[in-house]
Design a protein around this ligand. Structure first.
Ligand SMILES: Nc1ncnc2c1ncn2[C@@H]1O[C@H](COP(=O)(O)OP(=O)(O)OP(=O)(O)O)[C@@H](O)[C@H]1O
Ligand SMILES: Nc1nc2c(ncn2[C@@H]2O[C@H](COP(=O)(O)O)[C@@H](O)[C@H]2O)c(=O)[nH]1
Length: 224
């Protein structure tokens, strides 16, 4: 589904866009790492903005952090096949709008997802070869609790609910291609960038490679 014009570096190789999926227990640092990665990657990487029935947190902006929708709109989108994946998480509904992701991939962008294990599994089932899954672990349980509390954006009961679900989310770590233990944001960011760089160079993503090599062969033949 993700044929697209090439990007800098592999322009003549016709690389397909990839789907970089981050999952973690709530509070381990996906949003923080996603923002940093988008900053450093510039136009090569675009964020998939999910729809959710969760109410906005203070400071969250509609269309930037999420598309905040009613349950009836969400159901309409889901039943109309307009979600690439969806899940119920912490009592709210979350989903990935199909059209925007397909448009980004068509124009040769890689797309970044901050979604839970259920969504990651659905994407991998649908588009296996273009999905790269990264699981982010907190260094310790205490650090996770501290990060959720320090973020200071959810009530004590919501924080408790998220801590209670953390073990369940973590139990899916082995469905992922890569695992990052997020001790330090800068180190984790460097690991993520290395993963992205290596995945972009995978032979099977470079659709123009056979033609490129054939031309190289031909030109080498002429040169001798
Ligand atoms: N390596 C780190 N060291 C210390 N604090 C961190 C680190 N990474 C993230 N944080 C902090 O932890 C808090 C939670 O991070 P963030 O919101 O990115 O988590 P998340 O995984 O996206 O959570 P959710 O799934 O609930 O959206 C934030 O206050 C963030 O600044
Ligand atoms: N399956 C999906 N999960 C999603 C999506 N968007 C976000 N999420 C996950 O939900 C939890 C909670 O997020 P929060 O913003 O309320 O803290 C977190 O694990 C996200 O990764 C989605 O479109 N699909």
């Amino acid at each position: 589904m993700s044929e697209g014009p090439a990007q800098t570096g592999d322009a003549s190789l016709g690389r397909r866009g990839l789907l970089l999926v981050l999952s973690s227990p709530s509070g381990a640092g996906k949003t923080t790492l996603s923002r940093r990665l988008l900053d450093v990657e510039g136009s090569q990487l675009s964020m998939s903005i999910s729809v959710t029935t969760r109410p906005p947190r203070p400071g969250e902006v509609d269309g930037q952090d999420y598309w905040f929708v009613s349950e009836s709109t969400f159901t309409e989108m889901r039943e109309g096949g307009r979600l690439l994946e969806w899940a119920q998480v912490f009592g709210n509904l979350y989903g990935t709008p199909r059209d925007s992701v397909e448009a980004m991939l068509r124009t040769g962008h890689d797309v970044l997802f901050d979604i839970d294990w259920q969504g990651a599994r659905q994407l991998a089932e649908k588009i296996a070869e273009d999905v790269v899954r990264v699981f982010v672990l907190p260094p310790t349980a205490a650090a996770l609790a501290e990060r959720l509390e320090r973020r200071n954006q959810d009530s004590a009961s919501v924080v408790a609910q998220r801590m209670a679900q953390a073990a369940d989310e973590i139990s899916h770590w082995d469905e992922y291609d890569y695992v990052i233990v997020n001790f330090d944001v800068e180190e984790s960011l460097a690991e993520l960038r290395a993963i992205l760089l290596a995945e972009r160079a995978r032979r099977q993503r470079l659709k123009g490679l056979p033609d490129f090599v054939a031309k190289l062969h031909k030109d080498l033949g002429k040169a001798v």
